[in-house]
Design a binder for this molecule. Structure first.
Ligand SMILES: Nc1ncnc2c1ncn2[C@@H]1O[C@H](COP(=O)(O)OP(=O)(O)OP(=O)(O)O)[C@@H](O)[C@H]1O
Ligand SMILES: [Mg+2]
Length: 367
């Protein structure tokens, strides 16, 4: 993973943003603007540049293409800096309905940027607390970002699972031999992925506890655990599970057990945070998990990801937001923070040395 920050971004035809150069500072970048003016769109553009996908759902090419643009193309042009050797990295891309092409330091490339990025929207605390599939995909995305083997193996698992489900959905179910062969592949993959998930949780746990204390000075205990039916030590037990569940799978027409059904539980003083915590406490717990991930990232790569912190307002009280701002001020990572909240804006405005940007109808003004 490259230790890097983004210094400049210019985009054409991306949502409502005007094609002006947006400059970023090395640490705190505040993005102000009223609702619906383009703050989140800036974060989305940075995220898209790095990941080649959006953090928003339903964000395929037609949705992100500016509706007023004359050319049906989105152009990205950016400047990053490798913070280890101070060397600049230019990165540009062109997206159209036919696909995309990318250039790094002037040469054509298919490879994505190996720069870490983390999108944080405190409102997603609700999704995290209420939806197991949200939790799974959050962990899969973040773990996949720091562990390429995990990402590749999960891709293989999902592909085989889709094929297995397709075979199971034929009525009456046939292809027993093919399903047996798929299970032989899913077994070792399931064990490997479960072990990686458990390792990830063991790695992140101390940071979760610490982030919660540091961020919110709470004396409560916060941790995260995995809820799985897979025994990560015994391959045989996977095959037993597969055999036992085959009749039900055939009736249902899909695979109803396995690591794609695993879940994660945030424990607040040993109790499930969803059942037990207030909305503010849920938000603190969720934010602590994300900030713990930032620390874990640094521990692994000796550099921070670029942090995109969207819509900081609501539910947390003034004291807790102040703690969050203090925490961010004391860390040395690049963060883009957006807010439409006047009180929070005042607080951010006081940060000396921060880069401040105002967005009005997609137009950027550096303050
Ligand atoms: N493809 C598109 N082309 C042009 N404008 C778009 C496109 N997609 C979305 N928009 C516009 O972008 C604006 C939303 O921008 P964004 O989500 O960045 O707002 P925001 O400043 O983050 O607002 P909030 O404070 O409410 O979160 C909306 O006005 C929307 O109409
Ligand atoms: Mg927004």
């Amino acid at each position: 993973m490259l230790p890097a920050i983004i210094e400049k971004l210019q985009i054409q035809n991306f949502r409502n943003l005007e094609s002006e150069i947006i400059p970023f500072g090395p640490n705190i970048n505040c993005i102000f603007g009223e609702n619906g003016n383009g703050k989140t769109n800036i974060l989305e553009a940075v995220y898209f540049l790095i990941k080649r996908k959006s953090f928003r759902k339903n964000a395929s090419f037609p949705q992100i293409l500016g509706i007023d643009g004359e050319n049906p193309e989105i152009l990205f042009s950016s400047l990053f800096k490798n913070t280890a050797d101070e060397k600049p990295i230019t990165y540009s891309g062109k997206l159209s309905s036919d696909g995309s092409s990318w250039h790094r330091n002037g040469s054509s490339t298919n490879r994505k940027l190996d720069i870490g990025v983390l999108f944080i929207n405190p409102f997603e605390s609700h999704g995290f607390h209420t939806s197991a599939s949200f939790r799974r995909s959050w962990i899969d995305d973040q773990l996949g970002q720091i562990d390429q083997d995990y990402k590749k193996s999960l891709g293989r698992y999902n592909k085989s699972l889709r094929f297995r489900n397709k075979l199971l959905s034929t009525k009456p179910p046939q292809f027993q031999k093919q399903i047996d062969a798929i299970d032989k592949e899913l077994g070792p993959l399931s064990l490997m992925l479960t072990n990686k998930r458990l390792e990830f949780l063991e790695d992140i746990k101390p940071f979760v506890k610490k982030a919660f204390h540091e961020l919110f000075s709470e004396e409560h205990d916060l941790t995260i655990t995995l809820d799985t039916k897979i025994n990560p030590q015994r391959l045989e037990s996977y095959y037993e599970l597969a055999e036992k569940n085959r009749p039900k799978d055939e009736v249902l027409g899909h695979t109803h057990y396995g690591i794609h059904k695993d879940d994660y539980v945030l424990l607040f003083d040993g109790l499930n945070s969803y059942d037990y915590c207030s909305l503010g406490q849920q938000k603190m717990s969720y934010l602590s998990l994300l900030f713990a991930y930032i620390e874990l990232f640094r521990y692994k790569f000796n550099s921070f990801p670029i942090v995109l912190l969207d819509d900081v307002s609501g539910e947390l009280d003034k004291f807790r937001w102040s703690r969050l701002v203090e925490y961010i001020k004391n860390k040395n990572f690049q963060v883009l923070i957006t807010t439409a909240n006047d009180n929070f804006k005042k607080q951010l405005d006081e940060i000396e040395g921060a880069n401040k940007i105002q967005v009005t109808s997609g137009m950027i003004k550096v303050l």
